[in-house]
Design a protein around this ligand. Structure first.
Ligand SMILES: [Fe+2]
Length: 90
């Protein structure tokens, strides 16, 4: 049976992750136009991969009742969140 508190926590988590905007600013200044375009393409894919990995892990953790499995999955998800932070351009 769906636990509404846990469901809303997952919605909150998803909104927080999706709010992690990256903007291209000062660090792009050292790149020429072609390099900047290529960098943006790569980082866009990388960024989406980190977001989707978290969604998969959170979904798996949400649906398992086994505590040790849930903890392991959430730990892996936390690593993906760190990766997402690395994708953000200041
Ligand atoms: Fe990752």
């Amino acid at each position: 049976m769906l636990n509404m508190d846990n469901f809303l926590k997952e919605v909150d988590y998803a909104l927080e992750v999706l709010d992690n905007h990256s903007n291209s600013s000062s660090k792009d200044e050292k790149l020429n136009a072609d390099e900047k375009k290529q960098s943006q393409r790569v980082m866009r894919v990388n960024h989406m991969g980190e977001v989707c990995a978290q969604a998969l892990y959170r979904g798996q953790a949400f649906t398992t009742d086994e505590t040790s499995t849930k903890e392991l999955i959430l730990k892996m998800c936390s690593e993906e969140r760190d990766h997402l932070g690395m994708c953000a351009i200041e």
